[in-house]
Design a protein around this ligand. Structure first.
Ligand code: SF4
Length: 372
């Protein structure tokens, strides 16, 4: 079934490490954008069955709950959205309150993904985040109070000045809060990130690579001991609480993205909407197309993609099934390149499946590069 992704490109302030498609919140532009987004959804029909809706950003929780309701209603009017669909909203802790959470839930959201990043005040300040660790804990309580039983928290590791023991504090705090799902990301510094300048000016540095590896491996053990099982390189969940939407990206699924900069993949065609918010709004107002790059993928590219993303899952990828789907023999094509990783215990071949070991996940990019 399809997944539906809705991009909300507004933030209250811009974090110093952020490379997403986002801009500062501006009420007038936001109003026009929500109208455009609804129009894009409505003109895309008639739609097929869909079982996920995902509000990503940016900061979707800056919208009024009535706007989120309007957008969910548009999805339900146009697509055959299942009654048990997973409806996720990325939420920044500073935008939450019990009343807002209750209204988001009434609007149809049933999964909250909080961008917490750290439970240490000094780290949050270095990242330019607006919330405190105390606020993050309160926000989760508000979500619980509003009845959300599917809550995810994002944490970032390998932050400037972060030691392994400080990272452990954040992971322990996450376990205390008791989410159903967590995502652990490594801080990536893109070339012109303002955080890089802050680091140079303040003399901040990141821990050595070996420490980053230790942080990663330790946290997976800690989270598993707390009942959160790893199912993807960066994601853990309680049983049955893996992100149904994100699994579409990793398990060769199909999705439609609405809004500026959103990507879509359907029936072997991939496209991306124009990135600039005002251009997107103007194009929709003119009833003009908003896709800027559209490409029909070859069978070989589709196979490469399925193997590349499937290997991110702890259960790995059914190489035989992917090969049969796209008409190739991947073992013949990639067997030689895979051999050193298999011999080195970084990847395992189990019948038709190929999967990474935990050690292999530390060098996942190197292994997955075989397929592209
Ligand atoms: S809140 Fe998220 S999307 Fe917005 S600037 Fe910060 S990291 Fe980027």
């Amino acid at each position: 079934m399809l997944g539906l992704y809705l991009h909300i490109p507004f933030c209250s302030s811009i974090c110093n490490y952020c490379n997403f498609n986002r801009g500062l919140f501006e009420a007038g532009l936001k109003d026009r954008y929500v109208q455009a987004l609804e129009a894009e959804i409505r003109r895309s029909g008639p739609g097929e069955p869909a079982d996920t809706i995902y509000f990503g950003g940016g900061t979707p929780s800056l919208l009024d709950p009535s706007e989120i309701a309007r957008l969910i209603d548009a999805c339900r009017d146009v697509f055959d959205v299942t009654s048990d669909a997973e409806v996720t909203m990325e939420t920044n802790p500073e935008t939450s309150s019990l009343e807002r959470m209750e209204r988001f839930r009434a609007a149809g959201v049933n999964r909250i993904s909080f961008g917490v990043q750290s439970f240490r005040e000094d780290e949050l300040r270095r990242l330019g985040r607006l919330h405190s660790a105390v606020r993050a804990r309160e926000a989760v309580r508000e979500a619980r109070g509003a009845g959300f039983d599917n809550v995810s928290l994002d944490l970032m590791m390998w932050l400037p000045q972060q030691t392994t023991s400080q990272w452990r504090e954040s992971v322990d705090a996450l376990v205390d809060v008791g989410p159903e799902h967590a995502s652990l990301y490594l801080l990536e510094l893109y070339p012109n990130a303002p955080l890089k300048e802050d680091m140079a000016r303040s003399g901040w540095s990141q821990a050595p690579d070996d420490d980053a590896a230790e942080m990663y491996l330790w946290s997976l053990d800690r989270l598993e001991a707390a009942g959160l099982r790893q199912y993807e390189i960066s994601n853990v969940s309680r049983p049955g609480r893996a992100s149904r939407h994100n699994l579409k990206y990793w398990a060769d699924g199909e999705w439609l993205g609405f809004g500026c900069g959103a990507h879509s993949t359907r029936a072997g065609t991939r496209w991306k909407n124009v990135s600039a918010t005002d251009l997107y709004v103007a194009r929709i107002a003119e009833a003009a197309p908003v896709d800027s790059e559209r490409r029909v993928m070859t069978a070989s590219e589709r196979m490469e993609d399925a193997l590349f993303t499937g290997l991110r899952l702890t259960e790995g990828v059914d190489v035989d099934a992917v090969g049969a789907r796209y008409g190739f023999d991947p073992w013949a094509r990639y067997g030689g390149a895979l051999k050193p990783f298999l011999d080195g215990g970084l990847a395992l071949r189990e019948g038709p499946r190929l999967r990474l070991t935990r050690e292999g996940m530390l060098v996942a990019n190197e292994i997955m590069a075989i397929f592209v």
